[in-house]
Design a protein around this ligand. Structure first.
Ligand SMILES: *[C@@H]1O[C@H](CO)[C@@H](O)[C@H](O)[C@H]1NC(C)=O
Ligand SMILES: *[C@@H]1O[C@H](CO)[C@@H](O)[C@H](O)[C@H]1NC(C)=O
Ligand SMILES: *[C@@H]1O[C@H](CO)[C@@H](O)[C@H](O)[C@H]1NC(C)=O
Ligand SMILES: *[C@@H]1O[C@H](CO)[C@@H](O)[C@H](O)[C@H]1NC(C)=O
Ligand SMILES: *[C@@H]1O[C@H](CO)[C@@H](O)[C@H](O)[C@H]1NC(C)=O
Ligand SMILES: *[C@@H]1O[C@H](CO)[C@@H](O)[C@H](O)[C@H]1NC(C)=O
Length: 291
């Protein structure tokens, strides 16, 4: 019975293991001939080389198709939204209501506009955007010729807003019944607002309610035009000094001095009848002055 399971001494086990590592009888190392080991090593070398190159190829392809200057997925609709300043909200809509004889009231409005216009400061703009843009046509840039591998951006200065610039009248008309509002269109990367270069987008404000209370609507710059040289926008990294073109609108309020206004940016590629996005292409607000 004892021979069935032969007791082996420790020395025998070590000898067995030694023979497994190097068997001099048939010249195998760890059970395989050196020649086989070479083939096995070559196989794994080749395997890993192929795996690594596949990985590198995948990463390279990904990087190649990504542009560092534009996000890959833009969840915005292809038509921009429009906003109005002062952006003071009432219950749910923008309600620009003020008391022209109360300094604190008109100061609140003019401070919002002064703060909003800070990036448009003339000295600042002429410093960081000193490129001489050609007005009236798209500023297409295929190269990064501005300093630090960026693209040029056209200057838009506060003084282009004329009487609504806050320079001549720091109250922006809120100390009387001729308040200015500022209309801004959101940026969309590489968006061209118009099909043909003769027709730049422009702001058109209409009175929806209280027609009799609005005597006159004036636009600055002239005709409420957003010059084509501010388009296309190439993104924050490509155009770090870009500023949106603005349009200021001045309303002369009479009578009861309140009205519901709609300002639309009119252009063939800007839609404004999106039921799901009331701010697409237009903004609606209430304007109310008291004394
Ligand atoms: C507007 O402000 C003036 C001065 O503070 C005040 O006398 C007047 O009652 C205010 N008007 C309204 C409608 O609140
Ligand atoms: C524009 O900036 C300059 C320099 O920073 C400053 O002196 C000037 O008051 C600013 N202008 C306005 C209207 O804020
Ligand atoms: C910008 O270009 C216009 C037209 O080419 C030229 O009349 C004007 O002098 C230029 N301004 C500057 C500052 O280079
Ligand atoms: C409003 O302010 C401007 C500029 O400070 C001034 O010229 C104008 O007379 C003021 N209007 C009223 C009604 O106080
Ligand atoms: C672009 O202009 C062409 C002709 O000028 C016109 O047929 C086309 O409908 C326009 N496209 C858009 C999106 O307005
Ligand atoms: C502005 O919009 C109104 C209403 O849609 C329209 O009657 C008017 O012709 C437009 N004005 C311009 C200059 O497009």
């Amino acid at each position: 019975m004892a021979t069935l399971k032969e007791k082996r001494t420790c020395g025998q086990r070590c000898e067995d293991f030694g023979r497994f590592v190097w068997n001099s009888d048939n010249g195998t190392f760890m059970g395989r001939t050196p020649e086989k080991w070479v083939y096995i090593s070559l196989y794994f070398v080749a395997f890993y080389v192929v795996m690594t190159s596949l990985f590198c190829l995948a990463i390279w392809t990904l990087m190649y198709t990504l542009s560092p200057y534009a996000p890959d997925y833009q969840d915005r609709l292809p038509s921009p939204g429009v906003m109005v300043w002062p952006d003071t909200y009432g219950e749910e809509d923008v309600e620009i209501s003020y008391n022209s004889s109360n300094k604190a009231s008109w100061m609140k409005m003019s401070n919002i506009l002064h703060t909003f216009l800070e990036p448009y400061n003339d000295t600042k703009q002429l410093e960081c955007n000193n490129y001489n843009c050609t007005k009236g046509k798209y500023f297409i840039q295929n190269t990064f010729s501005a300093p630090h591998h960026t693209k040029w951006a056209c200057p838009f200065t506060q003084s282009m807003l004329g009487p609504c610039s806050g320079l001549e009248d720091p109250t922006f008309g809120y100390n009387c019944t001729m308040p200015c509002v500022i209309i801004k269109m959101n940026r969309i990367i590489e968006f061209l607002p118009s099909n043909h270069t003769e027709l730049p987008p422009y702001v058109n404000c209409t009175v929806l309610d209280g027609q009799a209370n609005v005597d006159k609507i004036e636009y600055f710059p002239d005709r409420g035009i957003m010059d084509l040289s501010y388009f296309p926008y190439y993104g924050r990294l490509a155009q770090p000094t870009y500023v949106n073109p603005l349009v200021a609108v001045r309303f002369s309020l009479v009578g009861e001095k309140h009205a519901k206004i709609q300002c639309r940016v009119v252009s063939d590629k800007i839609s404004y009848e999106n039921f799901h996005d009331p701010y697409e292409g237009k903004v609606i607000f209430y304007l109310k002055a008291v004394k």
